[in-house]
Design a protein around this ligand. Structure first.
Ligand SMILES: *[C@@H]1O[C@H](CO)[C@@H](O)[C@H](O)[C@H]1NC(C)=O
Ligand SMILES: *[C@@H]1O[C@H](CO)[C@@H](O)[C@H](O)[C@H]1NC(C)=O
Ligand SMILES: *[C@@H]1O[C@H](CO)[C@@H](O)[C@H](O)[C@H]1NC(C)=O
Ligand SMILES: *[C@@H]1O[C@H](CO)[C@@H](O)[C@H](O)[C@H]1NC(C)=O
Ligand SMILES: *[C@@H]1O[C@H](CO)[C@@H](O)[C@H](O)[C@H]1NC(C)=O
Ligand SMILES: *[C@@H]1O[C@H](CO)[C@@H](O)[C@H](O)[C@H]1NC(C)=O
Ligand SMILES: *[C@@H]1O[C@H](CO)[C@@H](O)[C@H](O)[C@H]1NC(C)=O
Ligand SMILES: *[C@@H]1O[C@H](CO)[C@@H](O)[C@H](O)[C@H]1NC(C)=O
Ligand SMILES: *[C@@H]1O[C@H](CO)[C@@H](O)[C@H](O)[C@H]1NC(C)=O
Length: 794
């Protein structure tokens, strides 16, 4: 299945009072976002678009309807294509990967990855990222951008696609989904929220065929109802509420039924409980049936053909089979009309029927790379990058997390002799497009700014750390010595370095790509030996990681390692982003969106990996840990992490006032949300779930000497004795990034909704606020909680 991996895929009001400002989180920010974003589901725009879509459907004959729900690989140059209907002036749809760049097109920007965006904990930057990425999709003539990613959520720290998504915390991922979707769709491009659902491992994500012809089915994620609601479905609810145009069903099975033909998931949860009004698109070759999938809720089959080998024949579970199924009555005409209406509504909503750019000629690169077709001689691509590199540099820096900084190592104090080490520091030697790699460590020499697979991007420019550091050094006449062969450093041959640098910057990388899960917690290429050998002779060693996510850092407590920065995948301005932080032009403000363990054994949910399987149903993954992933697991087991979820340092210091004030709004006397008709289902679910139940306010101040931003976080602890077993110690339910000048203070107000204070009651099939005392704590990380209070709502 390796060949498949090329597919797929606030502060509303800031009251300025000079030194004293108020920052409203959550509730009011929603209001701002809703104003910013066009065509909110349920709005008048959405209704008008649905009417236009209905009128369009009324003009179609059966063949045309079948064509609109079936990908047609050879009709267009995009990774997914819906054929035009010329007599109605419909140009068809172009659908493109991915969440980080307009993948496989030329002259596009490579943005910071999803996990880098979530490490910024900055809603505005997340929105901007979606907006600029969306602008590039549109300028390339792509109607649908395949992203953002809420699945994998990150159950497995070594999950191969975690970097494409945001965080193993559903609340943080939900905010990132919403902000990205609003950005993309404000730019006029359809978002496709993926992968729905339980796509937590890449290993056996799709079915395979044994040499004897036996079909071995894909991994089955067996997830209980409460876990599904409180973890994996949560960010998809936010995506639906934000108005995502489409949702992509995933490769894997859930409870032994393929996601794309799972009616519990598609019709039960997504379309009924969450009120999703857009369309469900299959992941590429994730459709395994026609009538069954359609009646389960699948609206669009991509890329259309049965298999990679059927691209030319056009054989499909949909297509001609849809026509036949409607004719013989196994699919109703109403259902087919519903599918087409769902597909056409976002097209009209976003104004894609008017003056939409044509598909950029460089899309033929897809045909060449995916289907092995010969490349046209000339690819006169349109350059759609604009000035996006300035933003990419900013977000790249905002996503860097300062984990350690002793002896005031950073920011650098004008060193005159700088050492740069490690194979992640220089320009790549293997070209600027990351090839799919079965080695799982990618290419040896060159900086890593984005992962591989469908979520990657084609670089036009890439600034390496070594290049950016040399440019800085030139300004002060400093000397830069470098050694970028990990093999030489691992062999401890440092003879070329003389005299000893004032500071040694060691760059490590951890590759990851679609289709494969990572094999190691440590960074690649002998990283531990590399750090230890440098640190042995350099008492001022700074380690910078460019990584797909969770790493162990066996060298973190080495006293000669004076600073550590987790840089994630920062995108094409990588070197400039890290230089801005090292030299202190930008004060680091990133926070970990996951937990870094002291020991890899502290994470105990391995990827299922079987060998020589003959039982077609052998691949099973029981999510028996329930809600206990990432920090929930560390909290419940009382394990001390190396660096906890939500953690990150700054070059300045912050203080939280002792006056945590909680206001309980009157609307919360009912443990269950009001049902229809007063609070109907709207996109996102029962509308009462989003009623504000309480507000919490606290004052944060900058007590250091440098301007900087911090992230104030609020956690909710539901009582163990009035909730079912398996309730986490605490869960994130709000955060706010606050920029403060030295000695400046601001009030931060969090507004918590009914959903924020509830658990999923499986018997009642509703969110329920428990009786008893609910703990509310506010602090700077999941383990640095400064103020705690208890409140009884019922
Ligand atoms: C449907 O319309 C198309 C033109 O878009 C035409 O070629 C086709 O014959 C029509 N099919 C039927 C069944 O009327
Ligand atoms: C999967 O099975 C579990 C255990 O029976 C059940 O709680 C859950 O609701 C099922 N989910 C779906 C989507 O079928
Ligand atoms: C209909 O689907 C079957 C597989 O179920 C496939 O073999 C056949 O070729 C399809 N027909 C068309 C017209 O695509
Ligand atoms: C109707 O057509 C579909 C698609 O070809 C086929 O899968 C199904 O078996 C047919 N049903 C009947 C009752 O003929
Ligand atoms: C990029 O250009 C746009 C308009 O073309 C402008 O509004 C924006 O401020 C510029 N951004 C940066 C970071 O220079
Ligand atoms: C760093 O500080 C520690 C104690 O704070 C000290 O023992 C050590 O020598 C310092 N290292 C350097 C390189 O200054
Ligand atoms: C790690 O270092 C050892 C010893 O120098 C070397 O043999 C090995 O090839 C290195 N491995 C990698 C992945 O670089
Ligand atoms: C730290 O650096 C000093 C000075 O170079 C060296 O003597 C010592 O062994 C180093 N310690 C470690 C743990 O590498
Ligand atoms: C998963 O759960 C099922 C049902 O409880 C059980 O039969 C099966 O053995 C479990 N599989 C694994 C690999 O634990």
């Amino acid at each position: 299945m390796g060949s498949f991996s090329v597919f797929d895929s606030l502060i509303a009001t800031i009251i300025f009072l000079n030194l004293f400002q108020t920052v409203f989180a959550q509730g009011n920010k929603y209001a701002t976002d809703d104003l910013l974003s066009i065509g909110k589901p349920g709005s008048r725009d959405w209704l008008a678009a649905t009417q236009k879509a209905s009128a369009f459907v009324a003009q179609l004959n059966l063949t045309e309807k079948a064509s609109l729900v079936t990908g047609a690989s050879l009709i267009g140059a995009c990774v997914g294509n819906i054929a035009p209907i010329e007599r109605l002036g419909f140009p068809g749809l172009c659908i493109s990967d991915g969440p980080t760049a307009v993948n496989r097109f030329d002259l596009v920007s490579v943005f910071p990855s999803g996990m880098t965006a979530s490490s910024s904990w900055d809603r505005d930057l997340m929105y901007q990222r979606g907006l600029l990425l969306g602008a590039e999709f549109k300028a390339k003539g792509t109607h649908v951008g395949l992203g953002p990613v809420a699945g994998p959520l990150g159950r497995h720290p070594l999950g191969g696609r975690n970097w494409e998504g945001f965080s193993s915390d559903p609340y943080l991922t939900g905010i990132a989904m919403k902000s990205t979707i609003h950005g993309m769709q404000d730019a006029g491009v359809q978002s496709c929220s993926k992968h729905f659902i339980g796509n937590e491992q890449e290993t056996q994500r799709s079915n395979t065929v044994n040499p004897d012809g036996t079909i071995i089915e894909a991994i089955s994620s067996n997830i209980d109802d409460r876990t599904l609601h409180e973890l994996y479905l949560w960010p998809f609810a936010d995506a639906v509420k934000a108005g995502t145009s489409s949702v992509m069903c995933s490769y894997n099975r859930v409870n032994e039924t393929y996601s794309c033909e799972n009616s519990e998931l598609l019709t039960g949860l997504l379309k009924s409980e969450l009120g999703f009004e857009g369309y469900v698109m299959s992941d590429y070759f994730a459709t395994h049936s026609g009538v069954k999938s359609i009646n389960a809720g699948l609206d669009m089959n991509m890329p259309g053909s049965l298999d990679l080998s059927d691209i030319e024949t056009g054989k499909s579970y949909f297509g001609g089979n849809v026509t036949q199924a409607v004719t013989n009555g196994s699919v109703s005409m109403e259902r087919l009309d519903d599918m087409v209406r769902r597909i056409m509504t976002p097209y009209f909503l976003l104004g894609q029927d008017k003056d939409y750019p044509t598909v950029d000629p460089s899309a033929y690169f897809v045909l060449a790379t995916t289907y092995g077709m010969s490349l046209p001689n000339e690819l006169p691509a349109r350059d759609v990058r604009g000035n996006h590199s300035a933003f990419i540099r900013t977000l790249g820096a905002a996503g860097i997390v300062l984990l350690k900084n002793i002896n005031s190592t950073l920011p650098l104090k004008a060193p005159m002799n700088i050492g740069v080490f490690g194979n992640d520091a220089p320009d790549p030697t293997d070209g600027l497009t990351w090839p799919d790699s079965e080695t799982r460590t990618g290419f040896e020499f060159g900086t890593l700014d984005v992962g591989g697979g469908s979520g990657s991007g084609r670089h036009t420019t890439l600034v390496s750390p070594l290049e950016a550091i040399k440019a800085r050094a030139m300004l002060s006449g400093a000397r830069v010595q470098y050694l970028t062969s990990n093999e030489i450093i691992a062999a401890n041959d440092l003879t070329s370095i003389y005299p000893s640098p004032d500071v040694c910057l060691v760059f490590l990388k951890t590759f990851s790509q679609e289709g494969y899960d990572r094999l190691s917690f440590e960074a690649d290429w002998n990283s531990t030996l590399v750090v230890n050998n440098i640190a042995a002779s350099c008492p001022n060693t700074v380690v910078i990681t460019h990584s797909a996510g969770v790493n162990t850092m066996p060298w973190a407590t080495n006293p000669n390692v004076t600073a550590i920065l987790a840089g994630h995948y920062p995108g094409e301005e990588s070197g400039n982003s890290i230089a801005d932080i090292l030299w202190g032009d930008i004060n680091p403000s990133g926070r970990l969106p996951y937990t870094i363990p002291a020991d890899e054994a502290d994470y105990d949910i391995p990827v299922v990996d079987l060998t020589a399987v003959t039982d077609p149903n052998a691949w099973q993954s029981n999510f028996t840990e329930g809600l206990m992933i990432d920090y929930r697991h560390f909290d419940t087991q009382n394990i001390t992490p190396l660096y906890e979820f939500g953690y990150g340092l700054s070059y300045t210091t912050f203080h939280l006032s002792s006056s945590l004030e909680i206001t309980h709004h009157s609307s919360s006397n009912n443990p269950l949300p009001f049902p229809d008709p007063s609070c109907p289902i709207a996109p996102g679910g029962n509308t009462d779930l989003f009623t504000t139940i309480l507000s919490a306010s606290i004052t944060v101040s900058n007590t250091g000497g440098m301007a900087g931003a911090t992230v104030v976080q609020i956690y909710v602890s539901l009582p163990q004795n009035s909730t079912p077993p398996g309730t986490p110690v605490k869960v994130l339910r709000g955060f706010e990034k606050v920029m403060l000048q030295p000695r400046e203070a601001r009030d931060v107000i969090f507004e918590l909704t009914r959903r924020d204070l509830s658990f999923w009651d499986v018997k009642e099939q509703k969110w329920r606020i428990p009786g008893g005392n609910i703990g509310i704590s506010v602090g700077f990380s999941s383990r640095d909680l400064k103020q705690e209070k208890e409140i009884k709502l019922l």
